[in-house]
Design a protein around this ligand. Structure first.
Ligand SMILES: [Zn+2]
Length: 247
């Protein structure tokens, strides 16, 4: 199959050689499972949310527009080329594809991008507040010391793509003011876990805020945790020298 993803070696390293099926058929199942999970967790409503996976040869597998994430089956997924033209499947691409593409372009290590409107993180984005990761040690190791919020822009605005490119170079999760969350990872499961973590952090923040204020960890500990993050192979410092060409 020519459409094997470019991250096969990394997946094998993580799970053990031969332990992961990275065929296109498996990627279709993974993307469908993620789509259903977005709905099951209440992170999307109506036709909201979308997910995409980088394939080889500059192509991408994605969820279609105008369909509930609950109902998407493997035959509903579409394959597009780098210009967004559908090369496989009968449905149409989602309009937020430009945001996914901006992340894939700036991050050759990323294989999966997910966008959703999880209520707690989106509530903070509606209020104009960034989700704060420095309240829990594990969150700093997993996501870094910041989850940037991109300023509000009408869907499709070029200004947001430029801001996203800058943020995605350094961070795996951003929130979008008055909109939702974008996450990425070197497989769909990692992107989904990051979405789960940002929503969990936002829920904790919404419970802590009425009790006073969010107290962040001491800066010296934040610095140590960021070093642990790099040693764990996460974040921009760990990616230096490891970048590979886009598939
Ligand atoms: Zn959206």
């Amino acid at each position: 199959m020519s459409e094997r993803p470019p991250r096969t070696e990394a997946l094998h390293r993580r799970h053990g050689v031969g332990a992961v099926d990275t065929s296109l058929a498996q990627l279709r199942r993974d993307l469908c499972d993620a789509s259903h999970e977005l709905h099951r967790r209440g992170w999307v409503a109506n036709h909201d949310g979308n997910a995409s996976l980088r394939l080889a040869a500059g192509r991408f597998l994605m969820t279609p527009t105008a369909m509930s994430k609950r109902l998407i089956g493997e035959h509903d997924l579409i394959v597009v080329d780098g210009g967004g033209k559908v090369v496989q499947g009968a449905r149409k691409p989602f309009s937020e594809w430009a945001l996914h593409k901006a992340i894939f372009a700036i991050r050759p290590d990323v294989q999966a991008v997910i966008h959703a409107h999880p209520p707690a993180a989106t509530a903070l984005a509606v209020a104009g507040i960034e989700v704060e990761p420095k309240i829990l040690a594990e969150a700093i190791v997993s996501l870094g010391d910041r989850i940037p919020m991109l300023r509000y822009a009408l869907p499709g605005a070029a200004s947001q793509e430029a801001a996203l490119r800058e943020a995605a170079a350094a961070f795996d999760v951003v929130t979008l003011e008055h909109h939702g969350v974008l996450t990425c990872g070197d497989d769909v499961e990692t992107a989904l876990l990051r979405l789960e973590l940002v929503e969990h952090l936002a829920e904790i923040a919404l419970r802590a805020l009425p009790l006073g204020k969010l107290r962040t960890l001491p800066e010296v500990d934040v610095a140590e945790l960021l070093q642990r993050r790099t040693r764990a192979g996460l974040g921009p410092a760990a990616r230096v020298g490891k970048a590979r060409p886009a598939g």
